[in-house]
Design a binder for this molecule. Structure first.
Ligand SMILES: Cc1cc2nc3c(=O)[nH]c(=O)nc-3n(C[C@H](O)[C@H](O)[C@H](O)COP(=O)(O)OP(=O)(O)OC[C@H]3O[C@@H](n4cnc5c(N)ncnc54)[C@H](O)[C@@H]3O)c2cc1C
Length: 415
């Protein structure tokens, strides 16, 4: 088998790997770069992003949207390459028109394929060697050179190598959590946090939620993980398995998963009315007075979807056909409390195949400001393989671009 030699090898042609290659080749044309991916085509996960529309960044880039072991370094990284830099790169380097819905940015075509194509065209035109359908199995370092061993037995040599293999969720896209075994011997176990899920449905042992499976309702949800309370709003979905899903749940899921993993049973309080309890009580009291002969289910059906209302009434111990006129003030308070703060104990969460993002990976604190492994000169880690994960809204792809840009700039400075 032949051994080719490069200035830089990049393992993984997803968002962060493609961007790293593009930025190196933009700043230093002629650099010998190889981009290796186990899939026959690059950017498989990127194609799925934003339901195929690719929400590639968010102009409200706040630290609180992220989870990491090194918030100060993350903050510096986002300052050095933020959302306006990503938009500028897409528009002025890759030629991709962009558009926004509030703070959320998309390609103007609303097609993730536009972003994948733009990155692929750019790196190919700039001489990047694309090695597709071949998995990197081992990385060795001998003096100043890295040797990569591929599935087909071939070997690549390079001065720098970048691990851009993503996390362990949605493994059908090729991201199978390889960073951990690839870096055995180059990192200590203390530099790595085991992968877990984020942006994932949450489950309760209470099977009764299955009776309202399929429901989609605007809600405000509050997670109590025993340490603090965190709130999110948006469409709440009840999955066919009786799990909680939707963007508001995804945004709290990282924290809920960490609580479950550490043996705590967090509680999600659902406000189905997006109103204060007193306000909800008043709305119910007004309707009980307007429609005294109606059943509770009919009298309050103008406040909240009837399926959900009936479920809450039953769970709170009321018969749906009870006449509204029979409610006491205490009953109204009780029903309003249940509608605005319905507790669901979380005991588990979805599988990696259902999670949009991984939490865990190589600790950000084990990398320098250029994403270079502090203990192994010339070795870099970017994107989801690093212990940085964000909520929904373009934050995860922004991390892929940010880490890739800092890595590329660091490599260019060293070559
Ligand atoms: C359904 C879905 C929707 C999403 N929507 C959004 C969104 O709208 N906005 C947003 O910001 N984020 C979104 N995300 C998250 C975002 O896609 C990821 O955070 C991002 O793709 C991570 O980029 P990456 O380059 O680190 O990893 P990936 O994109 O996962 O790329 C890693 C690549 O490495 C390759 N690879 C892995 N191991 C090896 C190996 N040993 N050898 C060779 N190749 C290897 C894989 O085949 C893969 O192509 C979404 C995720 C999912 C699953």
């Amino acid at each position: 088998m032949s051994t080719s030699r490069y200035n830089c090898t990049i393992i993984g042609a997803g968002a962060s790997g493609l961007f790293t290659a593009a930025r190196i080749l933009l700043q230093r044309p002629g650099t010998k770069v190889a981009l290796i991916d186990s899939n026959p085509r690059c950017g498989k996960k990127l194609m799925l992003t934003g339901s195929g529309r690719c929400n590639f960044t968010n102009s409200d880039l706040r630290l609180s949207a992220y989870n990491t072991d090194d918030p100060a370094k993350l903050s510096r990284a986002l300052d050095r390459f933020g959302s306006s830099d990503a938009i500028d790169f897409f528009e002025n380097v890759l030629g991709v028109l962009t558009t926004n819905k509030g703070d959320l940015y998309y390609p103007a075509t609303f097609r993730a394929g536009t972003v994948v194509d733009a990155l692929r065209f750019f790196v190919e035109e700039h001489g990047c060697q694309m090695i597709n359908g071949n998995k990197v199995k081992e990385i060795h370092k001998d003096k100043d050179l890295f040797e990569l061993v591929l599935d087909d037995g071939s070997k690549l040599l390079s001065e720098k190598t970048v691990v851009a293999t993503g996390g362990f969720t949605y493994p059908k896209t090729g991201s199978e959590g390889d960073v951990k075994y690839l870096m055995t011997g180059l990192l200590s176990y203390k530099d790595f946090i085991d992968f877990s899920c984020s942006l994932v449905p949450l489950y309760s042992d209470d099977q009764s939620l299955k009776t309202i499976a399929g429901i989609r309702i605007p809600a405000t949800v509050t997670l109590d993980d025993g340490k603090e309370q965190t709130e999110a709003s948006g469409e709440l979905q009840i999955t066919k398995e009786g799990g909680l899903s939707g963007i508001c749940i995804f945004d709290l899921s990282g924290r809920a998963v960490r609580a479950v993993d550490s043996g705590i049973e967090p509680v999600i309080y659902i406000n189905f009315c997006n109103a204060e309890p007193g306000e909800c009580c008043l709305m119910a009291a007004v309707r009980a007075k307007m429609f005294p002969e109606r059943s509770l289910s009919a009298a309050f059906s103008g406040i909240i979807q009837r399926t959900v209302l009936d479920y809450i009434l039953k769970k709170t111990g009321y018969k749906c056909n009870m006449p509204a006129k029979d409610l006491s003030y205490d009953d109204l308070v009780r029903i309003a409390d249940a509608l605005t703060s319905f507790p669901v104990k979380i005991s588990s969460y979805g599988k990696p195949a259902d999670a949009q993002v991984s939490q865990g990976g190589v600790k950000l604190s084990s990398l320098d400001e250029s994403m270079q492994v502090k203990k192994t000169e010339g070795l870099y880690v970017v994107g989801e393989a690093v212990n940085v994960d964000g909520i929904c809204g373009g934050y995860n792809l922004q991390w892929a671009w940010t880490s890739a840009a800092l890595c590329a700039d660091g490599i260019i400075g060293e070559l």
